[in-house]
Design a protein around this ligand. Structure first.
Ligand code: MOS
Length: 723
């Protein structure tokens, strides 16, 4: 068996590209079944209070209406495993549970009709009266509640008091939304007493678990299908209200029901990234070595999150601040602030993207305070082990990322003085930040079957894991083609069906590291079995010949990855270095990112094309986080303002420069048989801080509140001139 192949880590076509560009890839909303009915929802017009009356008379008389569900007639659901922070509906109460309203847009009625237009029209004819209570939607306007979990080491308070150099800064980030281009969609279909659901989800087994409980069915009576998902970024981890209601309505009607959220419903009823306020206190020696780091975060949660009995979901900002830099004294405190908003959830490196925004911003400030180069400050605080657990990294190459990034970017030529570089009308600024994300993997299984036809051997690969558009089809095809020495075109991959061998949620950048080694293990089993039929160990024989000798038409095996097989004495972590150049025309206050260099260590890369795509995509997320993205709510009524793609700004091509991403050739063999860690989220981490540092370098203005909008920067520059 060839161990090092050119295929693993090489460039390669995206095996799903043909289906996508020809429109043959079938997404949840593309599923058309005979007699399909269509759902629409009426969202609450208030953010806090209760429904007093709901009159569906006019709506029932509208054309094509089949069913209207409200809290009066939604009917019983089984005991839902809500609020445990894993599988389940982000809203801790099932939809249409009672008259209470906790956020604007919360579903108060569902209409099912013959067409989507008829359903939407009928929903507009439902007459609702409310009893409205005051709402609070700004994290600075409500009382904070302390979470119990507060990681610490050493004596932070004493170290902060005694420090020769100290810094105390507050960084903020707004409510943001994963806002995938494919709106959340479900088609629910009862076949006899069994439920089949086509869903836009990151986790077919999570949806299955929830729906099986809701309807009192055994797991194998529920099938969830998600072969293609058009982006999700954390927003399709949980089973959402519309999925559950589609299944309820389909059962009631005896017809399949399609339920596609409108854009503003995605933004209002699917959990956003929590707003954060992060106070970072640093204490350092005069040479920049950290002595103490205290990290106090407030992040918002929902008023109905069930806290303190249930996990309210807190944006886990301290995960990264506790582990990144060598620092003997550390303390994190986390408060949650209940607001009249949808319960927040996971989005694009939850915790790392936000925690590094604050920490890396503070590190840049410390570098200026000390007169030390920001890169040198990172090197002086580098830790070869997880600074919190003390475990050494099995593979760690952060210094090399800094070094290569600095080289590619030209960092050594930087004059550290703010406003020292100009080009035409624009100030030019350079900033950098550390990127990091944990190596995650979970128990997973993949079935590989080997067959023969007139053109020779071919493999069929199957697992319940979902490809969100990220490259899992390609990664598994590459691994199997490599292990079985087949052309890529002779490997067929089937994904995203709960009947296939179990796989974890596609989340936490875990899927390639979980499934690729499982696929490889299955192939190795097949090889061992077939190679036993050689006449001698040196014989070169085709798979078809060996199958024939074995008297088999085909052969198959299931390979598994087990998280308990990962050695516990090590820590597994990906790292990177982000270098950014910005141009700011002072009269306009607009920040243009003109260059980005990102160098990463993500372990073994399985497919260069998909990895490059992931890392560039992550950096573009970071550009959005830094400059554009915020979901604003009207403070008086709690209404999401501009809840569409013209109001919720995400980067477009014109915002994105050529991005120079590269990675080290650095497998992490202790982690799994391929040494891969995954590249889904690390790309976003550090970018916002690097951009803000570049803006400071360009203009002398330190922005600690995201996003860095022209109006914010113009106001700060005007204040600066006043001084
Ligand atoms: Mo992702 S935010 O790990 O689903």
């Amino acid at each position: 068996m060839a161990t090092a192949s050119r295929r693993i880590g090489g460039p390669g076509e995206r095996v799903d590209a043909g289906l996508k560009v020809t429109g043959q890839a079938r997404y949840a909303a593309d599923v058309v079944l005979p007699n399909l009915a269509h759902a629409a929802y009426l969202g609450s017009a208030i953010a806090s209070g209760r429904v007093l009356t709901i009159d569906t008379t006019r709506a029932e008389q509208a054309g094509g209406v089949l069913l209207i569900l409200t809290h009066h007639n939604r009917g019983p659901l089984g005991d839902l495993p809500n609020g445990d922070g894993t599988a389940l509906a982000p809203d801790p109460r099932p939809p249409l549970a009672d008259a209470r309203v906790h956020y604007h847009g919360q579903f108060v009625a569902m209409v099912v009709a013959e067409s989507p237009e008829q359903a939407a029209h009928a929903a507009s004819l439902i007459d609702v009266t409310y009893e409205s209570a005051p709402c609070v939607v700004d994290i600075d306007d409500a009382e904070a509640l302390r979470l119990e979990e507060n990681p610490r080491r050493g004596d932070c308070a004493a170290a902060l008091r005694a420090a020769p150099v100290a810094l105390d800064v507050l960084y903020s980030s707004p409510v943001q939304h994963p806002c995938p281009l494919e709106p959340h969609a479900t088609v629910a279909h009862w076949v006899g007493h069994d439920l089949v659901v086509y869903d836009s989800t990151q986790w077919v087994l999570g949806v299955r678990a929830l729906l099986a409980r809701a309807f009192g069915l055994a797991d194998d009576r529920v099938q969830i299908v998600a072969p293609f998902v058009g982006g999700s970024f954390g927003s399709k981890v949980c089973t959402a209200a519309h999925t559950l209601l589609a299944a309820v309505a389909a059962r009631r009607l005896g017809r399949p029901v399609q339920s596609v959220l409108r854009r503003e419903q995605v933004l209002a009823t699917i959990g956003p990234r929590a707003a954060t306020r992060q106070r970072i206190q640093l204490a350092a020696e005069r040479d920049g070595r950290l002595i103490a780091l205290r990290h106090h975060t407030r992040s918002h949660c929902a008023v109905n999150s069930g806290f303190p009995d249930r996990d309210p979901f807190h944006e886990p900002t301290s995960n990264v601040t506790r582990m990144l830099y060598a620092c003997p004294n550390y303390e994190a405190v986390h408060d949650v602030v209940p607001l009249h908003l949808m319960k927040p959830g996971w989005m694009r490196a939850p915790g790392e993207a936000t925690g590094l925004w604050a920490l890396e911003g503070a590190m840049d400030e410390l570098a200026y305070q000390l007169g030390v180069d920001p890169l040198e400050l990172r090197l002086r605080n580098h830790s070869a082990r997880n600074a919190h657990t003390g475990k050494p990294y099995a593979g760690e190459h952060l210094r090399e990322c800094y070094e290569r990034g600095a080289e590619r970017f030209g960092w050594a030529r930087r004059d550290p003085r703010p406003r020292s570089m100009r080009e035409g009308d624009a100030f030019v600024g350079w900033g950098l930040a550390t990127a990091t994300h944990p190596g995650n993997s979970d128990d997973a299984s993949v079935r590989v079957r080997l067959d023969c036809d007139s053109r020779g051997a071919y493999a069929s690969v199957a697992t319940a894991g979902v490809d969100l558009g990220t490259g899992l089809y390609t990664a598994l095809a590459v691994v199997v083609a490599d292990a079985l020495e087949l052309p890529l075109a002779r490997v067929h991959v089937e994904l995203g069906d709960s009947r296939l061998p179990p796989a974890p949620v596609t989340g936490g950048s875990n899927l390639t590291a979980s499934l690729a080694p499982a696929a490889r293990a299955a192939c190795l089993q097949l090889r061992r079995r077939l190679l036993g039929f050689r006449r001698d160990p040196d014989e070169v024989a085709e798979w078809g010949e060996l199958l024939a000798r074995a008297g088999l038409g085909h052969i198959e095996a299931i390979g598994a990855s087990e998280s308990r097989a990962v050695p516990e004495q090590y820590a597994y972590q990906s790292f990177g270095a982000q270098f950014v150049e910005v141009r700011v025309v002072p009269e306009l206050g607009q920040v243009r990112v003109t260059r980005v260099v990102g160098v990463f260590d993500v372990g073994q890369v399985v497919n260069a094309t998909a990895t490059r795509n992931q890392l560039i995509g992550g950096i573009v997320f970071g550009l959005g986080q830094a400059l554009l993205e915020q979901l604003v709510h009207d403070p008086a009524r709690g209404v999401p303002v501009g809840a569409d793609l013209s109001g919720y700004l995400i980067p477009v091509h014109a915002d994105v420069p050529d991005i120079d991403v590269s990675w080290l050739d650095a497998p992490d063999p202790a982690f799994n048989s391929l040494g891969c860690r995954g590249a889904g989220e690390i790309g976003i981490t550090g970018v916002a801080a690097a951009i803000a540092s570049a803006v400071h370098h360009a203009t002398g203005i330190r922005v600690r509140d995201l996003p860095i909008t022209p109006e914010r920067l113009l106001a700060d520059m005007a204040d600066e001139r006043e001084k």
